[in-house]
Design a binder for this molecule. Structure first.
Ligand code: PEP
Ligand code: MG
Length: 563
């Protein structure tokens, strides 16, 4: 490709695929107002009415978009509209207007108070500040008669550039026009990355400030598998690469499971789900079952623990989507970035290293046993030969594994553990004899191995699942699994990357679980290589100096095998 070295910027590729199109920036956020002059007392009621009118327009626009959307997109838009209509926020704005502030400034300052509160609360609350600021910006733009910030209307094909995307924007991305997403901030597990993965469009995050030098209208070649954005790329070569990618996508769409390598080595491909709805969607994919049901996601907004019967009904919806197939249920992974009010300690200095996952049950065993009772109750109608597996998150020691396995077996459940704490990988030989299976959570295993917060955009270069240090821990776990006859799965985001999935297969992983949209891509890629070729990729990756080198080494070998 021409001029690539001078004109390529790099970020973290989170969804593979290539695109060649003009850059379009998400419409800028409005400048935040300064306090300005106090307004006359008799005009203040009218000023508040002006605010309410703007709120009405913004909320009904979002509601209209929600009505035209489906599933998660409709939910996100509906929730954003709900925030615009929030009484508590209106009250704070009214107070500010009554003290003489113009509506624009009152909107900004009232929002700031909530942002500060949410940031102090941390975790999921802190993540909602993006939504709050999004609502603020929409209302301020409306008050000023400016265009609504956020997604522009795009008629041709475009690569969407943004600092980060608000949920309301990502929820309604039109993939007929938007061919790739590139953001300055964000990380592999950020909202933008998750939505891009669902929409299956190439996505690069954490590019950094260099992105701002690209103007709307610039032609870009984006390669999501290596995380590069190239300016001035050769047009013919770029279009050829896009065409090849399309052909590959068509092959993926044709792919039918069950997954196996070219020489017949079976790898079980499963789906990660959050609820019954996602499980139904997964049942239409090529996934053979569920490899990770994140139960905590059903309870994020619950103020009280649901009863055993209520929980059983929720779990049954997931089982019903796969009545004859394997379902792996993970017990509550509350805490850290997923606080649950009835299960999580209210204040911890360092929640990612705190009382999360299985650790919560140490002082509250009955919370866990009630959940296991509910899982057993929901699974009671499943046939004896239909695998219903249960695993605990954040297991770090053999004592924890033994304790958890005992509680599962008392209820006739097959017991496993996530391997996501480096200690568990290193001590796998002491942990596995207590268990029926393990599943490696590469998101947390990477976070804890690299000592890098998985939510930090600045550390995305460290929280890369291609980190050879992480791959070595996976390799060790696979060797111990095979010695102990304990199946080893991977259910972190690593399993969604087709090339990395081949590396994992080469390392000896028996099953891979990923977002259902990723399953066919992974299966198709595995089918193109022999087990021995996967092993060669694995060897190259674990011996590389860093994640980029590991990825490049694997890609080079792939080209060699094709030739
Ligand atoms: C992981 O850590 O890789 C994992 C699958 O669990 P979660 O992303 O829910 O922490
Ligand atoms: Mg985890």
């Amino acid at each position: 490709m021409e001029n690539v070295s001078q004109s390529t910027i790099k970020g973290t590729g989170v969804v593979a695929g290539v695109a060649y199109a003009e850059a379009v920036w998400v419409r800028p956020r409005p400048e935040l107002p300064t306090a300005g002059e106090l307004i006359d007392e008799e005009k203040r009621d009218g000023e508040y009415d002006r605010f309410l009118e703007a709120v009405d327009v913004v909320a009904s626009r979002l509601e209209q978009r929600a009505a035209g959307a489906e599933g998660q997109a409709a939910e996100v838009l509906g929730a954003t509209a709900g925030m615009v209509k929030d009484r508590g926020w209106h009250k704070a704005v009214r107070k500010s207007i009554r003290s003489g502030r113009p509506a624009e400034y009152a909107t900004a300052s009232a929002t700031e108070k909530f942002v500060t509160l949410f940031e102090a609360a941390g975790g999921v609350m802190a993540e909602r500040t993006t939504d709050l600021k999004d609502v603020r910006d929409r209302v301020i733009a409306q008050l000023r008669g400016e265009q609504e910030p956020g997604l522009p209307m795009v008629s041709g094909e475009a690569v969407l550039l943004a600092d980060d995307l608000a949920p309301a924007d990502t929820a309604t991305l039109d993939t007929a026009h938007i061919k790739a997403l590139v953001t300055e901030l964000g990380g592999p597990t950020s909202h933008t990355a998750i939505i891009a993965r669902q929409l299956d469009i190439p996505c690069i995050v954490a590019v950094g400030a260099d992105l701002r030098n690209i103007e709307s209208g610039t032609l870009l070649f984006v390669d999501g598998s290596v995380g590069t954005v190239s300016l001035g790329a050769n047009r013919a070569e770029s279009l050829k690469a896009v065409e090849e990618y399309r052909e590959k996508a068509a092959r993926v769409a044709q792919w039918r499971g069950p997954a196996q390598t070219k020489d017949g080595h079976r790898v079980q491909l499963l789906a990660n789900v959050a609820d019954g709805n996602a499980a139904r969607i997964a049942s239409d994919s090529q996934a053979e079952g569920i490899g990770l049901y994140r139960t905590e996601l059903s309870f994020l907004s619950a103020s009280e623990e649901p009863t055993v019967d209520e929980q059983a009904r929720i779990y049954a919806k997931v089982f019903n989507a796969f009545p004859e197939s394997k379902v792996v249920v993970r017990t509550l992974d509350a805490g850290s970035d997923k606080p649950i009010s009835y299960a999580t300690l209210s204040s911890e200095e360092n929640p990612a290293l705190g009382v999360r996952g299985l650790r919560i049950a140490r002082d509250n065993e009955s919370l866990l046993t009630r959940q296991l009772d509910a899982i057993a109750q929901a699974a009671a109608d499943r046939g004896d030969d239909v695998p219903t597996w249960v695993m605990a998150p954040m297991v770090a020691t053999a004592v924890e594994a033994k304790w958890f396995a005992g509680l599962c077996r008392e209820r006739g459940l097959t017991a496993g553990a996530m391997i996501e704490v480096p200690a568990a990988a290193l001590m796998a030989d002491t942990i596995m004899p207590h268990l029926d299976f393990v599943s490696i959570g590469t998101n947390d295993l990477t976070q804890y191995t690299m000592a890098a917060d998985r939510l930090s955009p600045q550390l995305a270069y460290l929280t890369d699942p291609w980190q050879p240090a992480v791959l070595r821990l996976i390799q060790h776990t696979c060797v111990v699994g095979s010695d102990n006859n304990v199946p080893v799965g991977v259910c972190g985001e690593a399993a969604a990357d087709p090339l990395l999935a081949c590396v994992l297969t080469g390392l000896g992983v028996n099953s891979l679980s990923a977002a259902s949209t990723a399953v066919a891509g992974v299966g198709a890629q595995i089918s193109e290589l022999t087990l021995e070729q996967c092993q060669k990729l694995a060897e190259a990756a674990i011996n590389a100096e860093g994640p980029s080198e590991a990825r490049t080494a694997a890609l080079d070998l792939l080209e060699e095998f094709k030739a």
